[in-house]
Design a protein around this ligand. Structure first.
Ligand SMILES: C[S@@+](CC[C@H](N)C(=O)[O-])C[C@H]1O[C@@H](n2cnc3c(N)ncnc32)[C@H](O)[C@@H]1O
Length: 208
Protein backbone atom coordinates (compact mmCIF):
# COMPACT_ATOMS: atom_id res chain seq x y z
CA UNK A 1 0.00 0.00 0.00
CA UNK A 2 2.78 2.44 1.00
CA UNK A 3 4.70 1.82 -2.24
CA UNK A 4 1.60 2.39 -4.36
CA UNK A 5 0.78 5.76 -2.76
CA UNK A 6 4.40 6.95 -2.48
CA UNK A 7 4.91 6.16 -6.19
CA UNK A 8 1.82 8.15 -7.13
CA UNK A 9 2.68 11.18 -4.95
CA UNK A 10 6.29 11.16 -6.28
CA UNK A 11 5.07 11.04 -9.92
CA UNK A 12 1.89 13.12 -9.76
CA UNK A 13 2.43 15.50 -6.79
CA UNK A 14 -0.91 17.00 -5.75
CA UNK A 15 -2.88 14.20 -7.42
CA UNK A 16 -6.35 15.59 -6.80
CA UNK A 17 -5.49 19.29 -7.12
CA UNK A 18 -5.69 21.75 -4.24
CA UNK A 19 -9.46 22.23 -3.86
CA UNK A 20 -10.81 20.52 -0.71
CA UNK A 21 -13.69 18.07 -0.77
CA UNK A 22 -17.08 19.71 -0.03
CA UNK A 23 -17.34 17.07 2.70
CA UNK A 24 -14.42 18.72 4.55
CA UNK A 25 -16.31 22.01 4.49
CA UNK A 26 -19.44 20.28 5.80
CA UNK A 27 -17.39 18.59 8.54
CA UNK A 28 -15.80 21.95 9.50
CA UNK A 29 -19.29 23.41 10.04
CA UNK A 30 -20.41 20.39 12.10
CA UNK A 31 -17.21 20.64 14.20
CA UNK A 32 -17.50 24.43 14.60
CA UNK A 33 -21.12 24.17 15.81
CA UNK A 34 -20.01 21.56 18.38
CA UNK A 35 -17.24 23.81 19.71
CA UNK A 36 -14.42 21.54 18.55
CA UNK A 37 -10.87 22.76 19.20
CA UNK A 38 -8.70 19.98 17.73
CA UNK A 39 -9.03 17.67 14.71
CA UNK A 40 -7.20 14.53 13.60
CA UNK A 41 -7.05 13.64 9.89
CA UNK A 42 -5.87 10.02 9.40
CA UNK A 43 -4.51 9.25 5.90
CA UNK A 44 -4.11 12.98 5.33
CA UNK A 45 -2.37 12.72 1.94
CA UNK A 46 -0.74 16.01 0.88
CA UNK A 47 -3.05 18.13 3.04
CA UNK A 48 -5.74 18.97 0.48
CA UNK A 49 -8.39 18.65 3.20
CA UNK A 50 -6.38 19.37 6.37
CA UNK A 51 -6.10 23.02 5.30
CA UNK A 52 -9.87 23.43 5.77
CA UNK A 53 -9.43 22.54 9.45
CA UNK A 54 -6.05 24.08 10.27
CA UNK A 55 -7.36 27.62 9.64
CA UNK A 56 -9.60 27.31 12.71
CA UNK A 57 -8.63 24.23 14.73
CA UNK A 58 -5.44 22.64 16.04
CA UNK A 59 -4.99 20.00 13.34
CA UNK A 60 -2.96 16.79 13.17
CA UNK A 61 -2.51 14.64 10.06
CA UNK A 62 -1.28 11.05 10.02
CA UNK A 63 0.07 9.85 6.68
CA UNK A 64 1.91 6.69 5.63
CA UNK A 65 3.65 8.11 2.55
CA UNK A 66 6.75 10.23 3.28
CA UNK A 67 6.39 11.81 -0.18
CA UNK A 68 2.87 12.97 0.72
CA UNK A 69 4.02 14.30 4.12
CA UNK A 70 6.70 16.42 2.41
CA UNK A 71 4.12 17.92 0.03
CA UNK A 72 1.66 18.42 2.92
CA UNK A 73 4.15 20.31 5.08
CA UNK A 74 4.61 22.83 2.26
CA UNK A 75 0.92 23.12 1.35
CA UNK A 76 -0.44 23.30 4.90
CA UNK A 77 2.28 24.37 7.37
CA UNK A 78 -0.31 24.97 10.12
CA UNK A 79 -1.12 21.25 10.45
CA UNK A 80 1.22 18.95 12.40
CA UNK A 81 1.87 15.96 10.10
CA UNK A 82 3.03 12.65 11.52
CA UNK A 83 4.60 10.08 9.18
CA UNK A 84 3.21 6.71 10.21
CA UNK A 85 0.29 4.32 10.02
CA UNK A 86 -3.21 5.43 10.93
CA UNK A 87 -3.95 1.82 11.89
CA UNK A 88 -2.19 2.52 15.19
CA UNK A 89 -2.63 5.48 17.55
CA UNK A 90 0.11 8.04 16.83
CA UNK A 91 -0.92 10.97 19.06
CA UNK A 92 0.00 11.26 22.73
CA UNK A 93 -3.19 13.27 23.34
CA UNK A 94 -6.88 12.96 22.48
CA UNK A 95 -8.58 15.27 19.99
CA UNK A 96 -12.14 16.60 19.80
CA UNK A 97 -12.91 15.35 16.29
CA UNK A 98 -11.69 13.04 13.50
CA UNK A 99 -12.17 13.69 9.77
CA UNK A 100 -11.18 10.75 7.56
CA UNK A 101 -11.62 11.09 3.80
CA UNK A 102 -11.56 8.02 1.54
CA UNK A 103 -9.19 5.93 3.63
CA UNK A 104 -11.52 3.39 5.28
CA UNK A 105 -12.37 1.69 1.95
CA UNK A 106 -8.67 0.98 1.25
CA UNK A 107 -8.54 -1.88 3.76
CA UNK A 108 -9.79 -5.42 4.26
CA UNK A 109 -12.23 -6.04 7.10
CA UNK A 110 -9.73 -6.59 9.94
CA UNK A 111 -7.77 -3.44 9.11
CA UNK A 112 -10.94 -1.37 8.69
CA UNK A 113 -11.79 -2.27 12.29
CA UNK A 114 -8.23 -1.37 13.38
CA UNK A 115 -8.49 2.04 11.70
CA UNK A 116 -11.75 2.83 13.49
CA UNK A 117 -10.40 1.56 16.83
CA UNK A 118 -7.24 3.67 16.46
CA UNK A 119 -9.36 6.74 15.67
CA UNK A 120 -11.58 6.13 18.70
CA UNK A 121 -8.51 5.68 20.95
CA UNK A 122 -7.29 9.15 19.90
CA UNK A 123 -10.71 10.78 20.32
CA UNK A 124 -12.03 12.07 23.62
CA UNK A 125 -15.36 10.79 24.98
CA UNK A 126 -18.18 12.68 23.27
CA UNK A 127 -15.88 13.57 20.35
CA UNK A 128 -17.07 13.60 16.73
CA UNK A 129 -16.20 11.38 13.75
CA UNK A 130 -16.76 12.30 10.10
CA UNK A 131 -15.76 9.57 7.62
CA UNK A 132 -16.21 9.25 3.86
CA UNK A 133 -15.71 6.13 1.72
CA UNK A 134 -16.71 4.53 -1.58
CA UNK A 135 -20.41 3.75 -1.97
CA UNK A 136 -21.82 0.47 -3.24
CA UNK A 137 -23.63 2.71 -5.78
CA UNK A 138 -20.31 3.66 -7.40
CA UNK A 139 -19.91 2.07 -10.87
CA UNK A 140 -16.65 0.36 -9.78
CA UNK A 141 -18.53 -1.75 -7.24
CA UNK A 142 -18.56 -5.39 -8.33
CA UNK A 143 -15.78 -4.90 -10.92
CA UNK A 144 -12.84 -7.33 -10.91
CA UNK A 145 -11.88 -10.08 -8.47
CA UNK A 146 -13.87 -10.24 -5.21
CA UNK A 147 -11.49 -10.44 -2.19
CA UNK A 148 -14.10 -10.26 0.59
CA UNK A 149 -17.81 -9.45 0.66
CA UNK A 150 -18.09 -5.94 -0.80
CA UNK A 151 -14.34 -5.68 -1.54
CA UNK A 152 -13.10 -5.86 -5.14
CA UNK A 153 -9.77 -5.56 -6.95
CA UNK A 154 -11.42 -3.08 -9.31
CA UNK A 155 -8.13 -2.09 -10.97
CA UNK A 156 -5.02 -4.23 -11.35
CA UNK A 157 -3.22 -4.26 -7.98
CA UNK A 158 -5.78 -1.89 -6.39
CA UNK A 159 -8.74 -2.92 -4.30
CA UNK A 160 -11.43 -1.13 -2.34
CA UNK A 161 -14.42 -1.87 -0.15
CA UNK A 162 -17.75 -0.50 -1.38
CA UNK A 163 -20.15 0.39 1.44
CA UNK A 164 -23.91 0.16 1.63
CA UNK A 165 -25.44 2.48 4.20
CA UNK A 166 -26.11 -0.47 6.53
CA UNK A 167 -22.54 -1.77 6.18
CA UNK A 168 -21.07 1.68 6.94
CA UNK A 169 -23.34 2.06 9.95
CA UNK A 170 -22.39 -1.40 11.25
CA UNK A 171 -18.69 -0.41 11.15
CA UNK A 172 -19.57 2.39 13.61
CA UNK A 173 -21.97 0.38 15.76
CA UNK A 174 -20.02 1.22 18.95
CA UNK A 175 -20.70 4.92 18.41
CA UNK A 176 -23.79 7.15 18.37
CA UNK A 177 -24.49 7.74 14.68
CA UNK A 178 -26.09 11.11 14.03
CA UNK A 179 -26.22 11.18 10.21
CA UNK A 180 -25.24 9.26 7.10
CA UNK A 181 -25.75 9.87 3.40
CA UNK A 182 -24.17 9.82 -0.02
CA UNK A 183 -22.91 12.35 -2.54
CA UNK A 184 -21.19 12.63 -5.90
CA UNK A 185 -17.53 13.68 -5.55
CA UNK A 186 -15.92 15.38 -8.55
CA UNK A 187 -12.11 15.40 -8.40
CA UNK A 188 -10.04 17.67 -10.64
CA UNK A 189 -6.51 16.35 -11.15
CA UNK A 190 -3.44 18.59 -11.40
CA UNK A 191 -3.18 17.60 -15.10
CA UNK A 192 -6.71 18.84 -15.93
CA UNK A 193 -8.63 15.53 -15.85
CA UNK A 194 -11.86 15.00 -13.92
CA UNK A 195 -12.98 11.88 -12.05
CA UNK A 196 -16.32 11.25 -10.41
CA UNK A 197 -17.02 8.89 -7.51
CA UNK A 198 -20.12 8.12 -5.51
CA UNK A 199 -19.20 8.38 -1.84
CA UNK A 200 -20.93 7.77 1.44
CA UNK A 201 -20.37 9.79 4.61
CA UNK A 202 -21.16 9.16 8.23
CA UNK A 203 -21.18 11.47 11.22
CA UNK A 204 -20.97 9.87 14.66
CA UNK A 205 -20.14 10.64 18.26
CA UNK A 206 -17.91 8.60 20.57
CA UNK A 207 -19.92 7.39 23.54
CA UNK A 208 -19.15 8.94 26.96
C1 LIG B 1 -7.40 8.08 -1.37
S1 LIG B 1 -6.08 8.86 -0.55
C2 LIG B 1 -6.93 10.13 0.37
C3 LIG B 1 -5.99 11.23 0.79
C4 LIG B 1 -6.56 12.29 1.70
N1 LIG B 1 -7.42 11.73 2.74
C5 LIG B 1 -7.26 13.40 0.96
O1 LIG B 1 -8.31 13.78 1.39
O2 LIG B 1 -6.72 13.93 -0.01
C6 LIG B 1 -5.62 7.69 0.70
C7 LIG B 1 -4.44 8.16 1.55
O3 LIG B 1 -4.30 7.25 2.64
C8 LIG B 1 -2.91 7.05 2.85
N2 LIG B 1 -2.75 5.78 3.58
C9 LIG B 1 -2.91 4.52 3.12
N3 LIG B 1 -2.71 3.63 4.11
C10 LIG B 1 -2.42 4.35 5.21
C11 LIG B 1 -2.11 4.02 6.56
N4 LIG B 1 -2.07 2.74 6.99
N5 LIG B 1 -1.86 5.01 7.42
C12 LIG B 1 -1.89 6.31 7.03
N6 LIG B 1 -2.16 6.69 5.78
C13 LIG B 1 -2.44 5.73 4.88
C14 LIG B 1 -2.32 7.06 1.45
O4 LIG B 1 -0.93 7.25 1.46
C15 LIG B 1 -3.11 8.22 0.84
O5 LIG B 1 -2.49 9.45 1.10
Amino acid sequence: MSQYWSGRFAREGMIWGNEPSPSAEQAREVFRMAGVGSVLVPGAGYGRNTKVFSEGFTTYGIELSKEAVELAQQWDPKTVFIAGSALEPQLDRQVDAVYCYDVLHLFLEEERQRLIEACLAQLQAGGLLYFTSFSDEDPNNGCGHRLEPGTYEYKEGKYAHFFSDGDLRSHFSETEITESGSFLERLHSSTGGTHEYILRYIIARKRD
